[in-house]
Design a binder for this molecule. Structure first.
Ligand SMILES: [Zn+2]
Length: 364
């Protein structure tokens, strides 16, 4: 190897080249970004933004900057530090992509960043501060694995991951904390695999003692997600929860499915972990069964926290739901990982508990 090339290699940053593209926002008409030393790159030119601020609007045929419609669909924004967009801050780069969505122009903002920085951000956004390091490390491996799996199934899309609970919650720089960064660093490049492929490392807030199998949760048979005994998430905020939903709200959400007022609601069938499979909606003359997952969607994910429903019945003027755990219940239980880490269990063992049979490997 020529000496110059070797010198160049040695000069490369220690962080490996794996990167991800996160969709951080979609705007129907205007995007405003602020940053110190902000540079706007589009149509083959690069110019410093006036006062470190740029306003991009969705023109009919492309993005508009300073009243001028650009030829290119993408405007790149770069800064030496962080860029501020709608209450969040992001590292160094954003891309504003003009596109048509449902026939209307919109601006999609994508944040390209290296995977390790992203993992630290996810750990910070998904888990509160003050937890033991091994829990953060288990979450770091799960988040990295999930991100890589999503990336390679969305390579031809403008972005790989949503910044919301649809994928993994990413809230930008301001949420990053030191232990999350340490967890990413100490597990750098480590991913869970199954038969040499990147695993689908789902995770959720708390399971309520038993995680759900991928087969019953998603309808997909994944041998490393058979449903596990957890038992260490009793400290979870929503280990046990109650919801009281006003009759009028229940009718608005569910009666149209039945075509008549609801008289009774009950759990119909349970999965091996004990979660509700279906929910029977009964009227005076008709009955209909919906999935418990649909019940959550229709009544609100932050009202019915899981499908681990112990009790479901009309009481007085409301539907009363008693349940356990929070989230879909598949894969790593975050509060359970914390409980294990509190007991001195290391991240490899924590991962083996929730993804039994999956192999931990260094991808880079
Ligand atoms: Zn659990």
């Amino acid at each position: 190897m020529p000496l110059a090339a070797l010198a160049l290699l040695l000069a490369l940053p220690a962080t490996p080249g794996e990167s991800v593209r996160i969709a951080v926002g979609r705007f129907p008409d205007v995007v405003e970004v602020k940053a110190q030393g902000l540079v706007v790159i589009a149509d083959g030119t690069s110019a410093p933004a006036d006062k470190g601020y740029v306003r991009i609007t969705a023109g009919k045929g492309g993005p508009r900057v300073a009243g001028r419609e650009l030829k290119a669909d993408v405007v790149r924004l770069e800064a030496p530090g962080t860029l501020a967009l709608r209450g969040h801050t992001y590292h160094q780069r954003l891309e504003v992509q003009w596109r048509r969505y449902d026939g209307k122009p919109e601006l999609l903002v994508v944040h390209p960043l290296d995977l390790e920085t992203y993992v630290a951000g996810i750990v910070s956004s998904e888990l509160p501060g003050g937890w033991p390091l091994e829990a953060y490390k288990a979450q770091a491996v799960a988040a990295r694995t999930f991100a890589l799996w999503q990336k390679y199934r969305r390579l031809d899309l403008p972005y790989h991951l949503e910044a919301s609970v649809l994928d993994q919650v990413y809230q930008g720089v301001e949420r990053e904390h030191a232990l999350a960064q340490q967890a990413a660093r100490e597990t750098m490049g480590e991913v869970l695999t199954w038969r040499h492929l990147v695993a689908q490392a789902y995770f959720h807030a708390s399971c309520g003692d038993r995680t759900e199998s991928a087969r019953e949760g998603w309808g997909t048979e994944l041998p490393y997600l058979p449903g596990s005994t957890c038992g260490t998430c009793k400290l979870a905020t929503r280990y046990g929860w109650n919801a009281r939903i006003a009759r009028a709200d229940v009718d608005r959400a569910l009666a149209p499915l039945l075509g008549e007022p609801l008289v009774a609601v009950s759990v119909k069938g349970r999965t091996a972990s004990g979660r509700a499979k279906g929910v029977l909606l009964a009227g005076k003359t008709k009955q209909r069964t919906i999935t418990a997952a649909d019940l959550r969607r229709l009544l609100g994910y932050s009202t019915v926290w899981s499908t681990f429903i112990d009790k479901l019945a009309f009481e007085g003027g409301a539907l009363v739901v008693h349940g356990k755990g929070s989230g879909h219940g598949v894969g790593l239980c975050q509060w359970g990982a914390r409980g294990l880490a509190d007991d001195g269990v290391g991240y490899r063992e924590i991962l083996a508990r929730y993804y039994p049979g999956a192999t931990l490997r260094r991808a880079y």
